[in-house]
Design a protein around this ligand. Sequence first.
Ligand SMILES: [Cu+2]
Length: 164
Amino acid sequence: MRRALRVFSQVISTFSILLFTLCCVVIKPNLAIAAPIKIASVDFTKQPVIAVKVSLSNTANELKFIPDRFIFESGKRYKLLLNNSSAMKHYFTSKDFADAVWTQNIVAGNVEIKGNVRELELRPNTTAEWTFVPIKSGTYELHCAIAGHTEAGMRGNITIQPSA
Ligand SMILES: [Cu+2]
């Protein structure tokens, strides 16, 4: 009988811990919209950052992304190092991807921008760094929004996989 009582109280305490954790997860995003995202005990801003380079065109002005395929894992933190070394401006446009990540910041020149981003325009000989954490799994198309560039080959795709 005592044993049954002990098991019962253990179940109750486990359940209340679960309930508390769930409440934190559900309530927290509403309380802190601009604060770093934190689910359960994972602080994404403390994740080691994985640097990934992407070129928008090149010095030969070829209309392509290099590379043009990306695979990210949800819950990890990435820094996308964007570089446009061509003589034209180009866009990194992937709105559905942008909606599927949490953006920590974008650094361009001496300016750091915080908050959500939809697309980036890089002028000739410009770099930018986009630090983000993928949230929602899926495959998202990427293109350059300048007229004619997508058709000429400036497109690719970005996949977010569930964390292993
Ligand atoms: Cu372009």
